[in-house]
Design a protein around this ligand. Structure first.
Ligand code: NAG
Ligand code: NAG
Length: 426
């Protein structure tokens, strides 16, 4: 979470627009040059500030072996905000198992802001909030582990977290990392509120070192909201990095986060992922088709799949979306290459990315208010033009009998998408 909800990361928006220009059909010749120039300028801007830090750490600080595929699980923030307690966390763990979601890969149970007392104990340790987490975090971790799941926790690279209701870890990184490890924590989301004004590239690597010394592999999720282009340095520091400010449960917020995140596609890889923020599927603010777009874009973007709804009472509709094994398989594919926009024509977009086994994942997206025809050309999505292709529709769960040559066309409803895995026939 964060406080500055209105603040847009201006540079990535800028880049988005220029890339869009570059990819549009029939754009002026000047667009590619402008794009190069802007990319160069943005790189210089973002990296000059890193040089001091880089003197000390040219190699990866983080070698925890985690995140070979994007993390999957649940986080308390999007649905519960600060209204959390140990009962909700335990019931969520129970529900992840009883619904079968844990078997599909949703194994992280992540506690967000507001789990600790405002004051540290007399030795300077973080203390679980007595009124809401009376059994303590260690007991909760034991419970979650007994279910075959993993427990995540939240802190902040500042003096207080974003809620101002608990301390941050700035200046206490080594002590807090040790505490987390001693409790059995498996995942740390690290926010950016109430800091000392120094750069994230100064503050975040301190926690990286602390986690590496803590004696337990802990997935490190950087949440500096994309402010200092973390895609350019995050892979040395964390297992994932937010590329955007907070999502909310609306179409505009969701789709704009997907856009901002897409710009950095080249930087994602096994062990380090772009993070457009957690899922809102099931929270009620979007239509079923819009939530399908949300889940499809997060999957093809190799984003963390962290559910943000109340798992204890999932509707049939929400379950149908988040338990779609075929869409999850795209996200978890071993190749780990983030899909991107390969063509944009008005409200119509083609997103595509390679999968293992010479397959290609494709999303045909309609962002507009009217039903549209949408075509993926082999040329655009990296399939040899003469290839005969078998298409699997991941939302209809049907293999289309007709073999496709050169392109695939479908009609797409407003604010909706189709998603396929295409497999060239030998
Ligand atoms: C959600 O985000 C959208 C787009 O970023 C913004 O226009 C809207 O005001 C936000 N809604 C709330 C309730 O914050
Ligand atoms: C969801 O389930 C929990 C516990 O099972 C319950 O307390 C809560 O009221 C339910 N919410 C809704 C909207 O049904």
């Amino acid at each position: 979470m964060e406080k500055s909800k209105d603040k847009e990361p201006t540079f990535s928006v800028f880049l988005s627009a220029s890339e869009e220009g570059n990819r549009r059909i029939g754009c002026e010749m000047v667009a590619p040059l402008m794009t190069l120039l802007l990319l160069f300028l943005s790189y210089v801007t973002a990296t000059t500030s890193l040089h001091n830090h880089e003197e000390h750490s040219r190699r990866n600080l983080l070698a925890n072996g985690l995140g070979t595929t994007p993390p999957m699980g649940w986080n308390s923030w999007n649905h519960f905000n600060c209204q959390i307690d140990e009962k909700i966390i335990k019931e969520t763990a129970d529900a992840l198992v009883s619904t079968g979601l844990s078997k599909l890969g949703y194994i992280y149970v992540n506690i967000d802001d507001c789990w600790a007392e405002l004051n540290r104990d007399d030795k300077g340790n973080l203390v679980a909030k007595k009124s809401t987490f009376p059994s303590g975090i260690k007991a909760l971790a034991d419970y979650v582990h007994s279910k075959g799941l993993k427990l995540g926790i939240y802190s902040d690279a500042g003096y207080y977290t974003c809620s101002n209701k608990m301390p941050g870890s700035l200046g206490h990184e080594f002590q807090d990392a040790k505490t987390f490890a001693s409790w059995g924590i498996d995942y740390l989301k690290y926010d950016n509120c109430n800091n000392d004004g120094s750069k994230p590239t100064t503050r975040y690597p301190v926690m990286t070192r602390a986690l590496m010394k803590a004696g337990r592999p802990i997935f490190f999720s950087l949440c500096e909201w994309g402010d200092l282009h973390p895609a350019l340095w995050g892979d040395r520091v964390g297992n994932s990095w937010r590329t955007t400010n907070d999502i909310n449960d609306s179409w505009d917020s969701m789709i704009s986060r997907a856009d901002m995140n897409e710009v950095y596609a080249e930087h994602a890889r096994p062990g380090g992922w772009n993070d457009p923020d957690m899922l809102e599927v099931g929270n009620g603010g979007m239509t079923k088709n819009e939530y399908i777009v949300h889940f499809s874009l997060w999957a093809i973007s190799k984003a963390p799949l962290l559910l943000g709804c109340d798992i204890r009472n999932l509707t049939k509709e929400t379950t149908e979306i988040v338990a779609n094994k075929e869409v999850i398989a795209v996200n978890q594919d071993s190749l780990g290459v983030q899909g991107k926009k390969v063509r944009m024509e008005g409200d119509i977009e083609i997103w595509a990315g390679p999968l293992s086994g010479y397959r290609v994942a494709v999303v045909l997206l309609n962002r507009g208010p009217m039903k549209m025809s949408n075509t993926a050309n082999w040329d655009d999505i990296g399939i040899p033009p003469k290839s005969v292709v078998e298409a699997r529709d991941l939302w209809e769960h049907k293999t289309l009998l007709r073999p496709f040559v050169g392109k695939l066309t479908a009609t797409v409803e407003p604010h909706a998408c189709k998603m396929y895995v295409l497999k060239p026939k030998a």
